[in-house]
Design a protein around this ligand. Structure first.
Ligand code: NI
Length: 259
């Protein structure tokens, strides 16, 4: 069975057939699934989905591009949700300087990233990190926050193999999804080559990031075998080993998910 560590089944792109897609996942070999919040609204939707599907767990948090929805009141609400059954991580949280180039907004991103990291640490929840075009600031904030004491995953990893090794040394995992199958994925292929399988997690980021040969279409967790095949090819091991080891990794990190 595949452990899917990053999906957004609350997304409007699943509005027409969400029930059907979700119902098929366990019989297609995918379970459990972590559905990841990226705003206050999507966190509420994620919690509702987790209440309906036994194999689906919730990550709660606000994405750097959604921080306009955060204030003391919504942050306090977020904090209250950490104790709920089926909440297994804080995320996705982090920095995104690709979409937000304005320095004042980037400053606010750093502020709310630090607050959410501190909350995760206080509540002993692993973190799901989103970081784009902000490699140095992300690493600096995580070191300042002693994030090695929290543990988590750098989701949809897009930086250098060297930095990946630094995260691995801090006890972190590297999230690998459809991008690894793309023709221009040379940097990520090198990262997968150079870090131990014991620090890789499988993810889709669906409905986005569909792997080849479905690149550009709506993604869902049933496409993860393409990612598994590519990782197996890169590392020269069997797809079964990739599936089994990454599943163990995910259970180790997301320890609130029952086996
Ligand atoms: Ni995501």
């Amino acid at each position: 069975m595949i452990f899917e560590t990053h999906a957004h089944y609350n997304d409007a792109k699943f509005d027409t057939d969400r029930e059907a897609v979700l119902a098929e996942l366990p019989e297609s070999g995918v379970s459990p699934v972590i559905n990841v919040g990226d705003s206050i609204r999507s966190t509420k939707e994620t919690l509702a989905l987790a209440g309906r599907y036994s194999f689906l767990y919730a990550a709660i948090g606000v994405h750097p591009s959604e921080i306009s929805g955060l204030n003391e009141e919504t942050f306090a609400w977020l904090s209250q949700q950490t104790g709920r059954e089926k909440v297994v991580a804080m995320g996705e949280i982090g920095l995104d300087y690709y979409w937000d180039k304005e320095s004042e907004i980037q400053k606010q991103q750093r502020y709310w990233f630090k607050r959410q990291l501190a909350l995760a640490k206080e509540k002993e929840l692993p973190v799901i990190i989103h970081s784009r075009d902000a490699a140095e600031d992300t690493m600096n904030i995580m070191k300042e926050a002693h994030a090695e004491g929290i543990s988590g995953v750098i989701h949809c990893y897009s930086y250098s193999p060297e930095m990946a090794k630094e995260y691995v040394n801090m006890g972190y995992y590297i999230g690998v999804g459809g991008v690894v199958t793309f023709k221009n994925a040379r940097k990520l292929v090198r990262t997968v080559e150079e870090i131990p399988l014991e620090h890789i997690l499988l993810e889709t980021d669906c409905p986005y990031m569909a792997p080849e040969p479905h690149r550009g279409s709506r993604n869902d967790s049933r496409n993860i075998p393409y990612v598994i095949a590519k990782i197996a090819e890169i590392k020269g091991i069997s797809p079964e080993t990739v599936e089994k080891t990454t599943r163990e990794n995910a259970f180790r990190l997301f320890s609130r998910v029952p086996r």
